[in-house]
Design a protein around this ligand. Structure first.
Ligand code: GRF
Length: 218
């Protein structure tokens, strides 16, 4: 599938600014992917999605991409012998499509140095906690179990260390006494949908630089 989404059809080929070709990596539902698509279509994010790649063929997010006319690729990690081989395959799929900025939107695999070195300071991840608190899986459950009063969402640059790269944007979400995993996750997700497109635009505008391991926003 390589059709051009309607919203972008008036943009001439070759007129992209240097970094505006996004590759979005997903594993599941794809609501953050949808937030990126919606922000582009609403003109809040000046970018285009060159490809959506999933490591799971059954990821519902693939249908969201297809509905927006975006090319989809399934690259199953099970088919590859090792992380290094898988990372090389991912890099190739993205570079072949001219991707300059990679967004991990619910991509449930750790990426190694091979991948990170191929896109220096050009991989973003969205995570459902105020990092460095609660990295890894089940961040919302971790927050409830810890009894914190405030959790939230983070968008950060990706490094080979899990959920540990320089932080670009965060949004706080108060934890309520009556919160369940579902209710807290839903309020955090709303914030993810806000800050992910915002962070992408900041990076595309060249407004983020990294100084001694921390992001400075101009
Ligand atoms: C989000 O909570 C994201 O922060 C986490 O996985 C979830 C993916 O949700 N990494 P979706 O697939 O974008 O709906």
């Amino acid at each position: 599938m390589t059709s051009v989404p309607k919203a972008f059809s008036s943009v001439e080929k070759g007129s992209d600014p240097v970094m505006d070709r996004l590759g979005v990596l997903i594993s599941g539902r794809g609501s953050n992917l949808q937030a990126i698509i919606d922000a582009i279509q609403a003109g809040r994010l000046r970018a285009r999605i060159a490809v959506v790649i999933s490591n799971r063929a059954a990821a519902p997010g693939l249908a969201r991409a297809a509905a927006a006319g975006i090319e989809t690729v399934v690259l199953s990690h099970r088919a590859e012998a090792s992380r290094v081989v898988y990372d090389h395959a991912l890099v190739r799929a993205l570079k072949d499509r001219g991707v300059t900025l990679v967004c991990l939107a619910g991509f449930m695999r750790l990426l190694g140095a091979v991948f990170c070195d191929a896109f220096p300071n050009a991989i973003l991840n969205v995570h459902p906690s105020l990092l460095p608190a609660f990295p890894g899986v089940d961040a919302q459950r971790q927050a409830l179990d810890a009894g914190v009063a405030i959790s939230g969402a983070t968008v950060h640059f990706v490094t080979p260390e899990l959920d540990a790269g320089p932080i670009i944007l965060q949004a706080a979400v108060p934890v309520q006494a009556a919160d369940t995993l579902e209710s807290l996750s839903a309020r955090i997700l709303e914030q993810e949908h806000q800050i992910l497109p915002e962070a992408i635009q900041l990076v595309l505008d060249g407004r983020c630089y990294i100084d001694r391991g921390q992001v400075v926003i101009r």
